[in-house]
Design a protein around this ligand. Structure first.
Ligand SMILES: *[C@@H]1O[C@H](CO)[C@@H](O)[C@H](O)[C@H]1NC(C)=O
Ligand SMILES: *[C@@H]1O[C@H](CO)[C@@H](O)[C@H](O)[C@H]1NC(C)=O
Length: 447
């Protein structure tokens, strides 16, 4: 899915007029030293650009990116949102926080988290702060509904290996399974898995079972599809086109059917989004995630992973045998820092406070929001339209960025006080969604 166009359109609209230089990154053109980290969407920056999604093969050095915190097996039930932090605040302490959030996740009263999407936002993305390097990952969830509305549960590595469950809002009888290797888009990989009776009315358990040699997708315990590493040899690239690098878990609801998106994306998503849809509640589309379970082990040891280690890339050929398990864990001090200088702002922020007139070049600190999670290099980036969520050093020395990454609301800033009058219309419009009713009643019980 060509998601770049979408990211750029949104980001450009949100930040038109912001004066700063954008630097894009590829393997051939790595990020420059002053903004060393190549973030999820192929742009250079510091801070959150160096955390989840930072591609070491496109960054100044392998150490520019913070090492990937290793996997933690467990059940993540989202009984509250304390285990989540906005990507405008999260500094890399994966021992304390398991989920990084963009957009507007809302606590769901009977358990779980609602991923919401209002008009003029790019929806909501939750990404695990830890990485999985093989194991079984399951999400219990119900999806949103309507043309152009895409719910997703995917695994994605920093070099864009990807394993997907995607749910197209106008085809609620199926889940789409898919995988990609190092961001090379191969649409032939897609295969539909039937979901009975549908993905919306109640939650289902979707599982990805991923080992060195085999990958399978299952719905409610029924294995729907298996892909073998051995069958994925690509003679052109000289490697197995098989997901094989440590990956974050991503759960999202995103607007693939925006008129500004690429035609192919809109078509794939079933058409343009109706922002007055009967499937919206309180002005929002929503998907519900009630549980994520992770049973992972560390390749190549095969030992069950308990966190506290990290995965590090050592080569520009990022395959399974070039990733190392290390003890290096890096937490940034502020969003002005980078993986190889995690505490560089301790003294810098003091001097910044005393001389706010001093104008340094604004740098990108938080990548813009594309909850599709996609960052594939399948469309050339247009440097003239790559404005991203940014904040210059002057506007946020504490690390909380002033601009909100293309999504209109950040959950941790609260989103309360606007639900009362929207209740009736919301209830009147309820479709078949399992989550709609309680969601409407409790409305914006936002964090
Ligand atoms: C094989 O790899 C090349 C180079 O990355 C890529 O362009 C091509 O699409 C791949 N082939 C398939 C069938 O995926
Ligand atoms: C990489 O994967 C192959 C195929 O499963 C395996 O034989 C090899 O041991 C792996 N290497 C590492 C370092 O995990």
């Amino acid at each position: 899915m060509v998601r770049h166009a979408f990211t750029l359109a949104i980001a450009a609209a949100a930040f038109a007029g912001t004066a700063f230089t954008e630097t894009t990154c590829t393997r051939q053109k790595k990020c420059p030293a002053d903004t060393p980290c190549c973030g999820l969407y192929g742009q250079c920056g510091v801070g959150a650009f160096c955390l989840g999604g930072c591609d070491p093969t496109m960054s100044t050095t392998f150490d520019s990116c913070v090492p990937n915190p290793s996997c933690k097996s467990g059940n993540y039930a989202f009984t509250d949102l304390k285990d989540m932090q906005s990507n405008q605040k999260y500094l890399g302490d994966s021992a304390k926080i398991n989920w990084q959030a963009q957009g507007n996740p809302i606590k769901y009263p009977s358990g779980g988290v609602a991923l919401t999407m209002a008009e003029n936002t790019v929806g909501t993305l939750l990404a695990s702060t830890f990485y999985v390097w093989y194991g079984k990952i399951c999400a219990t969830m119900s999806t949103s509904q309507g043309p152009g509305v895409v719910t997703a549960f995917i695994m994605m590595s920093d070099v864009k290996d990807e394993i997907d469950f995607e749910f197209i809002g106008n085809d609620i009888a199926n889940a789409q399974s898919n995988w990609y290797s190092q961001g090379v888009t191969n649409y032939k990989n897609m295969e539909k898995l039937e979901v009975s009776p549908d993905t919306v009315g109640k939650t289902h358990e979707y599982c990805i079972d991923w080992s060195e040699d085999e990958l399978s997708w299952s719905v409610d315990g029924n294995k729907g599809r298996t892909v073998k590493r051995a069958d994925s040899w690509n003679a052109t690239s000289g490697r197995f086109d098989y997901p094989q690098t440590p990956s974050r878990i991503m759960l999202s609801l995103w607007p693939a059917g925006l008129s500004t998106n690429a035609k192919g994306t809109i078509e794939w998503a079933g058409g343009e989004i109706d922002w007055n849809s009967e499937y919206m509640t309180n002005g929002m589309y929503a998907a519900l995630v009630t549980k994520v379970t992770v049973d992972c082990y560390d390749a190549p040891s095969g030992i069950k992973s308990t966190g506290s280690k990290s995965y590090k890339y050592t080569s520009n050929m990022p395959t399974n045998n070039t990733v190392e398990i290390t003890n290096d864990l890096v937490v940034l001090e502020s969003l002005m820092d980078t993986g190889d200088a995690p505490g560089s702002t301790a003294s810098a922020s003091a001097s910044k406070a005393s001389s706010s007139a001093k104008s340094t070049k604004p740098v990108n600190m938080v990548p813009g929001g594309n909850p599709g999670g996609g960052g594939r290099q399948d469309t050339p980036l247009d440097p003239s339209s790559t404005a991203q969520a940014t904040s210059g050093p002057d506007s946020g020395s504490s690390g909380s960025s002033g601009s909100s990454s293309g999504s209109s609301a950040t959950f941790d800033q609260g989103n309360t006080g606007s639900s009362g009058s929207a209740l009736e219309p919301g209830l009147a419009k309820i479709g078949g969604s399992a989550i709609a009713i309680v969601f409407a009643i409790f409305g914006l019980l936002a964090l």
